[in-house]
Write a protein that binds this ligand. Structure first.
Ligand SMILES: [Zn+2]
Ligand SMILES: [Zn+2]
Length: 275
């Protein structure tokens, strides 16, 4: 899966030059990601407990207790910091400071991962300030460093869960919100988890963030000359969801890449007061 990322990135950059700025730094990280092989311990989950959780609308894990290989993620984070700190980026000094912290301070990386998973913005700003980095940069690096471990976990558990019975706007594996959606060729809508990448079917006319089903307050817009890419929004909660119609494309990249390749749609949504 991770090996394919680089190929998809190269194709996207060729077909949609506008995506180049967002995808090029990610391509460098993806090349480093291929080198890690996270250890997933077999996750023992009792079938009865899993079924009950599913029926009651509880995800398998919460973001706080995901059994991830944090050591593999910490090694990868050091590789990211070392690699980016040696480039001519404006924030290279901060990246070097962060690398020193990651090497010398026990538990620094793990703390960063936990803060990211808890979505504790205050703590994130604090930890970023200590190494003179933009909180968004440190958050992105932490998130990407966790990807191989999170995917390994998702692959280990997703065969055991029946997402067909899952009718909620949050992820059945980790409880996170969707960051994108797509229409399959069958016309069904799937949501894509912002953290673990799990996908599950969800009604077409319903807001996953507040369950609003009122057609008057739900809608979408699209960017000019971009067939198959839409932004669905909800005027009740003012949230939006970028959505790809797979019928309109010959090939669709993994949605974490499509998400990066469509940042212009986020800007458009923000301009229209959606968040
Ligand atoms: Zn998830
Ligand atoms: Zn809503």
């Amino acid at each position: 899966m991770i090996q394919d990322l680089v190929q998809h990135i190269d194709r996207l950059i060729q077909q949609r030059p506008a995506a180049k700025t967002a995808l090029t730094p990610f391509r460098e990280l993806a090349l480093l990601m291929v080198q890690v092989d996270p250890q997933t311990k077999p996750v023992e989950l009792e079938k009865g407990v899993m079924d009950m959780k599913q029926q009651e609308g509880f995800p398998l894990f919460s973001r706080d207790d995901l059994p991830l290989d944090f050591n593999a993620a910490a090694d990868l984070l050091k590789n990211f910091l070392g690699h980016l700190g040696a480039t001519d980026r404006d924030d290279r000094k901060g990246l070097k400071k962060a690398l020193k912290k990651a090497r010398d301070t026990d538990g620094w990386s793990r703390n960063l991962f936990k803060i990211f998973l808890r979505q504790d913005e205050e703590a994130l700003t604090l930890i970023a300030g200590e190494v003179d980095l933009n909180p968004k940069v440190i958050q992105f690096l932490g998130q990407v460093a966790l990807i191989p471990s999170i995917y390994a976990l998702r692959d280990a558990v997703s065969t055991n869960i029946d997402t067909d019975g899952w009718d909620y706007g949050y992820c059945p594996v980790c409880g996170s919100q969707p960051d994108m959606a797509y229409f399959a060729k069958t016309g069904r809508r799937y949501l894509h988890c912002e953290l673990c990448g799990e996908e599950w079917v969800f009604s077409r006319i319903r807001c996953p963030f507040c369950d609003n089903e009122d057609q008057e307050t739900l809608g979408y817009f699209e960017a000019e000359e971009e067939e198959g890419l839409r932004v669905y929004f909800c005027r009740e909660c003012m949230r939006y969801l970028k959505t790809i119609d797979k019928k309109a494309f010959e090939e669709v990249a993994p949605l974490e890449l499509e998400n990066l390749a469509t940042i212009h749609l986020d800007l458009l949504a923000n301009e229209n007061k959606f968040k």
